[in-house]
Design a protein around this ligand. Structure first.
Ligand code: C5P
Length: 250
């Protein structure tokens, strides 16, 4: 399970997202994509159906957080939509996470989507944690504790920095998935991400899925940038990669 590159489709409209995906039309295997709230709230569930129809796997990053029963219902709807992975906030508590999992696990078509927990947002720093949220503990301890709760609730993994992937696997097991944004090509622009790793380094650190947005979506040649990320992160030999992506250079 895992070891794939996810492309974050951070586009304001479905039209722009689909135009970007057109670039990958000739690729034998379509990139796994992450659809976030910007695109989902502007376009609705239809955008997910359209992207699925083109053969992409989808991580629907909506970060649910509500009372357990509501999260369960929300997850049931996402399951019916046919996404491959989705997420919720671990801060909603163990019961909320369990109910969310139950919503995803009900009768439906195909396999259950993977359910991933957000521990603490990377925009939350130690000061916010202590002064605004009144959580007087070290960020690292909070992140690991929320990860443990997610595991207790039966979730499949957490979103975290590639810098935390190793410790999470050590504490919560190698099968507990780590989905890691904050990935940049060496020498590329870091943008607003603070602690970055290259795809190669993230693989070394044990990340299961890397999420890359701008280094691919804003690249001069997005298909080539995606291929480079796959070459560095996934266990495909050049030959296999050639087969996988049609063996042609764009
Ligand atoms: O463009 P970039 O590669 O920075 O995009 C990273 C993606 O991962 C964005 O969609 C961002 O919202 C998401 N993300 C993140 N850090 C987190 C959680 C999600 O960068 N902690």
């Amino acid at each position: 399970m895992g070891k794939d590159v996810m492309v974050a489709l951070d586009f304001p409209s479905g039209e722009e997202a689909l135009r970007f995906l057109d670039l990958f039309q000739k690729e034998e295997r379509k990139p796994y994509v992450k659809v976030g709230m910007e695109l989902f709230y502007s376009e609705g569930p239809e955008i997910v159906r359209k992207i699925k129809k083109r053969g992409h796997s989808i991580f629907l990053d909506l970060k649910l957080h509500d009372i357990p029963n509501t999260v369960k219902g929300g997850m049931r709807s996402l399951r019916d939509l046919g996404v491959d992975m989705t997420n919720l906030h671990a801060s909603g508590g163990i019961e909320m996470m369990r109910e969310g999992m139950e919503g995803l696990s009900g009768e439906g078509q195909g396999e259950r989507p993977l359910l991933i927990a957000v521990t603490q947002l990377t925009s939350t720093d130690q000061r916010t944690l202590e002064e605004e949220l009144l959580i007087r503990e070290e960020m690292k301890k909070v992140v690991l504790h929320y990860g443990e709760n997610a595991k207790k609730a039966g979730l499949d993994g957490v979103v975290c920095s590639p810098w935390e992937a190793k410790e999470i696997h050590e504490k919560l097991g190698k099968d507990f998935l780590t989905i890691t944004p904050g990935v940049r090509f060496k020498g590329g622009s870091v943008g607003d991400q603070k602690r970055v790793m290259s795809p190669e380094e993230a693989k070394e650190a044990g990340s299961d899925y890397i999420v890359m947005g701008r280094p691919i979506t804003k690249a001069e040649n997005p298909v080539e940038a995606y291929r480079e990320a796959v070459r560095q992160f996934c266990d495909y030999s050049e030959k296999k990669l050639g087969n996988r992506i049609g063996g042609k250079d764009e």
